[in-house]
Design a protein around this ligand. Structure first.
Ligand code: AMP
Ligand code: ZN
Length: 135
């Protein structure tokens, strides 16, 4: 993809703080980190989001991300980490090249968790059945 900034990073056309590279996967520090060590793990094969990338690209990227997360926790002495991935602008995706975020977390970092809601009576079953019927 010609205009994709992450494809450009992979090709070395845009600088980055590289963390990892293999034949199929690339990882680098997020330029605007939620916490120090916040890393993006991406497949070299361009795909917009989770539904767009191949199963192989997903498996390769997830496998590498697990290895990278272990190193991040060690390097940053994190107490935990968030492993997340946004799909679509409504979900906060800003760069349309599939990526996992690995965000080191610390006991006193005061980052807010997502707000939780609740279902009306029977609504959860209806939604679960609707999803299930499409699988
Ligand atoms: P998302 O909002 O899930 O699409 O995440 C995209 C992430 O890419 C954001 O956290 C940005 O800070 C990060 N980002 C954008 N441009 C660059 C860049 N040139 N180098 C490193 N990270 C970047
Ligand atoms: Zn791309």
């Amino acid at each position: 993809m010609q205009d994709c900034i992450f494809c450009k990073i992979i090709k070395g056309e845009i600088p980055c703080a590289k963390v990892y590279e293999d034949e199929n996967v690339f990882a680098f520090l997020d330029i605007a980190p939620v916490s120090k060590g916040h890393t993006l793990v991406i497949p070299k094969e361009h795909g917009e989001n989770l539904l767009d990338i191949s199963d192989k690209a997903l498996a390769d990227t997830a496998k590498a991300a697990k290895k990278i997360a272990k190193a991040i926790v060690k390097a940053t002495k994190a107490d935990g980490f968030n492993f997340s991935q946004n799909n679509g602008t409504a979900a906060g995706q800003g760069v349309m090249h599939f990526h996992f975020h690995i965000i080191p977390r610390f006991k006193e970092d005061r980052l807010k968790p997502w707000p939780h809601g609740k279902y009306e009576q029977g609504e959860d079953k209806d939604i679960a059945e609707k999803i299930s019927s499409l699988l």
